[in-house]
Design a protein around this ligand. Structure first.
Ligand code: MG
Ligand code: MG
Length: 247
């Protein structure tokens, strides 16, 4: 069931969204060679808790940390540990915060030090694919219109679109209906209505789109070892342009 949020629910989601974007701000200056992903996780945990929220991912389905830290060929769900970031790495950081019972969810991919031109282009195309998608995220359009725009943009740039994971509705639960695919033909799926809140999150690979999950049951990597990037915001469908809640 797709829920339509009330004004008071949306105020809580906006607040959760601000906490998520604030967490990215708090982390940004620390993303450099030598820091461990565990240290990044600690910074995020402290910021989210001091903002009066709880980390949405901590203990979600047993996930053992507050953020996901996915380096290079890791696509999503990387678990923070004592791995140190190295010059030339790319790292996707996924953050969720729950404020007074309402979630917001966002992910971005960052350069660590100096990265290759190819890695930079992967990050840029991934981010832009989100913006190409939300041009279609309007009342009366269908979810599939957004999915198609994202997938077309990524594939026309020569990159792979991960099939096995999708965006999602969000609100009182971190993952609600509908699923938001990052590929497919336009004209399919539920119609968008004002008051829907969805997390749109293209996951993009420099090579083939096939992925596998490691034995820890979380870490998702590209099968061919190619780099991957991730970009996500929680948005609100309105009567006009969508509102991005996690900016
Ligand atoms: Mg996320
Ligand atoms: Mg998400």
């Amino acid at each position: 069931m797709i829920t339509i949020k009330s004004h008071s629910e949306l105020d809580l989601m906006r607040k959760a969204g601000k906490i998520v974007s604030g967490t990215f701000e708090a982390l940004k200056r620390s993303i450099k060679p030598g820091i461990t992903t565990k240290e990044l996780d600690r910074i995020a945990y402290d910021f989210i808790k001091s903002s009066g929220a709880t980390p949405s991912f901590l203990n979600y389905g047993g996930f053992p940390a507050s953020i996901c830290t996915s380096i290079n060929d890791c696509v999503i769900h990387g678990i923070p540990d004592k791995t140190k970031l190295c010059d030339g790495d790319i790292i996707s950081i996924d953050i969720g915060a729950c404020y007074k019972g309402y979630h917001a969810d966002s992910a971005k991919t960052f350069a660590v030090g100096d990265i290759s031109a190819d890695a930079k282009r992967l990050i840029d195309v991934t981010r832009q694919s989100f913006y190409e998608g939300i041009k279609l995220a309007k009342r009366k359009n269908r979810i599939g219109d957004v999915s198609a725009a994202i997938g077309e943009y990524i594939e026309s740039n020569g990159f792979g679109v991960v099939r096995d994971y999708t965006g999602h509705g969000i609100g009182e639960k971190l993952h609600e209906d509908p699923s938001v695919f990052n590929f497919g033909a336009p004209g399919h799926g539920p119609r968008l209505m004002a008051g829907m809140t969805i997390a749109i999150e293209p996951m993009v690979t420099a090579g083939d789109y096939e992925v596998y999950t490691e034995d820890d049951d979380w870490t998702v990597r590209t099968f061919d070892g190619s780099l991957a990037a991730h970009y996500e915001h929680t948005i609100l469908i309105t009567d006009g342009e969508c509102e991005i809640l996690t900016l």
